[in-house]
Design a protein around this ligand. Structure first.
Ligand SMILES: [Zn+2]
Length: 336
């Protein structure tokens, strides 16, 4: 018999994958996290290997209640198609009601070409910046030969029976602009609520990949915040204030400068600018955690995603709470 929930009471974060960036690593899977609340499963981001990591963690899709996508960079969504294509045969089929998936809507128009770079053209010029709902529609279209075979020959459910995809709508009055105001000052707003969790979102600074969200889970046991990808921004502190656990991205800023030593090259300049304004350095991750007054800081989305570098612990120089340098399959209890 298929179980619908994993065992155990309480709230726990399971780091499924902790590598940032679209590179295949042997020691870390792509970015993805699970929140388990009284046995019910919630997922945040779907980097490559997320579903396999879920299995290694002893968790199953039959317990999945909702999924949350922080932004549409490939290292956060590469396994989204597999949620259905493998989920059909691994727990999703038979689910009582469609799993809700929440993520960014379209940014409206493609971002400008970075300064000094030639015009490269557009991929998918008819729909160059699909939001999450359109992305999933395009995925079903891409896999339609398989999907129609599965539902017509194998008796699998239509995807709409299993997954309900929602583009996150910003509250009225938020002065968001995809290019000029990616993370205007705002209050967190609720995107999902059920009997176990209330999940709030806020815009964060990951331009030109906009909109980008951080998420906060409040449960009866405690609260946990996921930064997604962001540079330092006030909204991140607003959302994380008073949280028990903050799972925050970090980038080794010294590595960035070693990677791109020739800053006369426009591509190198663009990459340095991206890494230093759209991501958070190791010391700044500690500062954000201190400002927000969180109990535990968990570093994830580590760039570079190699495990032997000792610099991650330097975040502790700026933060007095508990510091955990995230590793794949780490389990972190969330309690007041
Ligand atoms: Zn990103």
């Amino acid at each position: 018999m298929q179980t619908t929930e994993t065992a155990g009471a309480g709230t726990e974060v399971v780091l499924l994958g902790t590598a940032g960036g679209p590179r295949v690593r042997t020691d870390r899977a792509g970015i993805a996290s699970a929140v388990v609340v009284d046995g019910a499963l919630y997922l945040v981001d779907f980097g490559y290997g997320a579903l396999r990591q879920l299995k290694f963690a002893g968790l199953g899709l039959a317990a999945l209640r909702a999924g949350f996508v922080t932004h549409l960079h490939s290292d956060h969504v590469a396994d989204l198609a597999n949620l259905l294509l493998y989920g059909w045969y691994d727990g999703l089929e038979g689910i009582a009601e469609p799993v809700r998936l929440y993520g960014p809507g379209t940014r409206g128009r493609a971002a400008a070409v970075a300064a000094g770079m030639p015009e490269p053209g557009l991929v998918g010029p008819d729909d160059p910046v699909p939001g999450l709902a359109a992305t999933m529609r395009h995925l079903w279209q891409a896999f339609a030969t398989d999907a129609n075979d599965r539902i017509r020959d194998n008796g699998r459910s239509h995807p709409d029976r299993l997954l309900a995809v929602h583009d996150i709508a910003l509250p009225h009055g938020v002065a968001f602009d995809a290019d000029s105001a990616p993370a205007p000052p705002m209050e967190p707003f609720v995107v999902h609520e059920d009997e176990r969790v209330r999940v709030s979102a806020i815009l964060v600074q990951h331009a030109p990949m906009t909109p980008a969200y951080a998420f906060r889970f409040d449960t009866a046991h405690g609260s946990v915040v996921f930064s997604g990808d962001t540079g330092v921004c006030d909204n991140m502190v607003t959302l994380a204030t008073g949280a028990d656990v903050l799972v925050h991205e970090a980038i080794d800023e010294q590595w960035v400068h070693r990677q791109y030593p020739d800053d006369s090259d426009p591509v190198a300049r663009a990459m340095i600018a991206h890494h230093t304004t759209a991501h958070t350095s190791i010391p700044d991750a500690g500062r954000v955690a201190r400002k927000a007054g969180v109990g535990t800081l968990v570093l994830n989305h580590l760039v570079p995603g190699v495990s032997e570098r000792p610099r991650w612990h330097e975040a502790a120089e700026h933060f007095g709470g508990t510091l955990i340098v995230g590793a794949d399959l780490d389990r972190i209890p969330v309690s007041h």
